[in-house]
Structures are given as structure tokens and as C-alpha cells.
Design a binder for this molecule. Structure first.
Ligand code: CP
Length: 311
């Protein structure tokens, strides 16, 4: 039994719960390969997707996941909700709750917003990314993708490079991979490394080369200009020279290295196009796994009985 009501961050999941989610997601993958990609598992369940920030991958994969399990998914956004008329987040959540949804998926620019609404609603809440704090479903699909390719997570050397300061993906991935026994190294310009980040379970490499050396996985992160108050590096060209992943640098990693990126990518800045499209890249497989992973979250939270109901 999966005992959690909400998925708010990776820190509140223990390794057994993470493994249960990844195992369930692996089982869901087969549904996505069928000619008719739909099972009746969550028929009659209602899922609200409330995205107050732009999204391509996360929103569409949650929506696809709901539909593949036959749940009814409904979407609202910041600009089309009554938040623009002054309604508070808690009042909005209470009004959504009054319509009896089973799960609310929230993306919000403020760290902690999903935790806040989870206290006010009976529905399960899934954090689809809150400010710079957490993006648990992304970290779970990243762990699923690595485990699928390498057969394990424990003992792997995972290098995460880029705008760590403003990245909720970095925080969730560092926490998740280190919980599952990986050795996580990070690298970024000094201005993009938050104080105390090592407490999440990583070490800071002095150079990009030191970070990549002998890595099993190299995960690149976008510079989150939308969250940076001040310019934290001189130019994109200098950033690409010092912290961009190119084929030359990738040679320092293990021969069977996996290149990952949560997307959206800025080609030519944090990652060269030929690396993003190379045989080492599993960037689009991450997106494929994102659907199965989110199906697993809905299944575990909304209490569907996949084996009894599946066609
Ligand atoms: N990885 C991710 O969160 O992408 P989107 O912003 O497109 O959802």
C-alpha cells in the first residue's frame, strides 16, 4: 500500500516509497506501447491540472497520464482563472475542492504553494514544480530513466551541471539520487551555487572537467533567466565556454555515459546540439518515461485497481 496522500517533494519520500513508484511506473510503460493506449483504471476519478507557470512536458504528460487511465482531467491556468480578479490561492483551492476532485496537480511560481493547498483540501496534491523548491515528478522520472538504462541507481556517479541556484529539478534530483545511493556531484558558476546545497547529499566539483570525469550520468540544466533578479554571468558565450557540455568534455565521462536534461534546452548554451542529439542522450526517453511515471502517481494516489480493471 502507498500511504502518502500527496507528492509534494522528494524529501518526504523514503527509498522504499521511491522504489514502489518506479516499479509501478515501469509496469505502466506497456500501456503506452499498445495500439489503444487506454485502460479504465481511474474511470470516474477527476484530476485538476492547475498550472500557474508555462509548461510543455509536465502539463501534457500529466494530462496524457490521466487520459490513458480514463480519469477526467480538467485544466485551468493563471490567466484563465479568477486569481486574476484577486482570489487567493487558498480560496481557489477550496473552490476546486468543492467540485470533489480526486487529485490536484499544481505548478506555481512560489516555493511551498502546493504544501499550502495540501493542508486545505482532501484531494491528493501533486507538486508539478514550485518556485525554486521542488519538482518531484521530474526527479522520479529521471530516477526511473537511469534505473531503466543502468539497472540500478546505487553507486552511480551522477553529475548535475548548470543553474543549481534557481533549479527545483536540481534540488529534487540531488535529494532523490543521493537517497537511492548514488554519488551526486554538482558544478556551476559560484553565483549559481546556493549556500548549504551539500546538505541535500552532493559534493561541489571545482571545475566542469572534474565534475564530468568518470561520470555515469551527466545532467545539464538550463539557465533560468526568468528567476534571476540580476545577471549572474557575463555572457552566454562565456557560460557555454566554461560550463557548456560538448563532445570534447563528454569524453571525460564513462564510455556508456547517459546525457540527460529535464528540458526545455537552450541548445548552444548549456548543451551543444550534437551532444543533445547524440547516442548518449536519453533526453526524449525522459519525456516518454514522464507519462508512465505520472500514470503511476495517479494510480497510487487515486486508489485505482489496475490489475482488476485493466483490459
Ligand atoms: N521539465 C519540465 O518541467 O518541463 P516543462 O517546464 O516544459 O514542464
Amino acid at each position: 500500500m502507498f500511504a502518502k496522500k500527496d507528492i509534494l517533494d522528494i524529501g518526504s519520500l523514503d527509498p522504499a516509497e521511491i522504489s514502489m513508484i518506479l516499479d509501478t511506473a515501469e509496469g505502466m510503460k506497456e500501456i503506452n506501447e499498445r495500439p489503444v493506449k487506454k485502460v479504465p483504471t481511474l474511470r470516474g476519478k477527476t484530476i485538476v491540472l492547475f498550472f500557474q507557470e508555462p509548461s510543455t512536458r509536465t502539463k501534457l504528460s500529466f494530462d496524457t497520464a490521466a487520459k490513458r487511465l480514463s480519469a477526467d482531467s480538467l485544466s485551468i491556468s493563471q490567466s484563465t482563472s479568477s486569481i486574476v480578479k484577486g482570489e487567493t490561492l487558498i480560496d481557489t483551492a477550496k473552490n476546486l475542492e468543492a467540485m470533489k476532485p480526486d487529485v490536484i496537480v499544481l505548478r506555481h511560481p512560489s516555493s511551498g504553494a502546493p504544501h499550502l493547498i495540501a493542508k486545505h483540501v482532501k484531494a491528493s496534491v501533486i507538486n508539478a514544480g514550485d518556485g525554486i523548491h521542488a519538482h518531484p515528478s521530474q526527479a522520479l522520472l529521471d530516477m526511473m530513466s537511469v534505473r531503466e538504462k543502468k539497472g540500478k541507481i546505487k553507486g552511480l556517479k551522477i553529475s548535475i551541471i548548470g543553474d543549481i541556484s534557481h533549479s527545483r529539478v536540481a534540488r529534487s534530483d540531488i535529494t532523490g539520487f543521493s537517497k537511492m545511493g548514488a554519488k551526486v556531484r554538482i558544478c556551476a558558476p559560484q553565483t549559481m551555487i546556493p549556500m548549504g546545497i551539500e546538505k541535500l547529499g552532493c559534493t561541489i566539483a571545482p571545475t566542469m572537467e572534474a565534475c564530468i570525469e568518470d561520470a555515469d550520468v551527466v545532467m545539464m540544466l538550463r539557465i533560468q533567466k526568468e528567476r534571476q533578479g540580476n545577471i549572474l554571468f557575463p555572457t552566454e558565450r562565456e557560460y557555454a565556454t566554461l560550463f557548456g557540455l560538448n563532445t570534447h568534455r563528454l569524453k571525460l565521462a564513462k564510455k556508456d555515459v547517459l546525457v540527460m536534461h529535464p528540458g526545455p534546452m537552450n541548445r548552444g548554451v548549456e548543451i551543444a546540439s550534437d551532444v543533445a542529439d547524440s547516442e548518449y542522450s536519453i533526453i526524449l526517453e525522459q519525456v516518454t518515461n514522464g507519462v508512465a511515471l505520472r500514470m503511476a502517481l495517479f494510480y497510487l494516489l487515486a486508489g485505482g485497481n489496475r490489475h482488476a480493471d485493466a483490459d
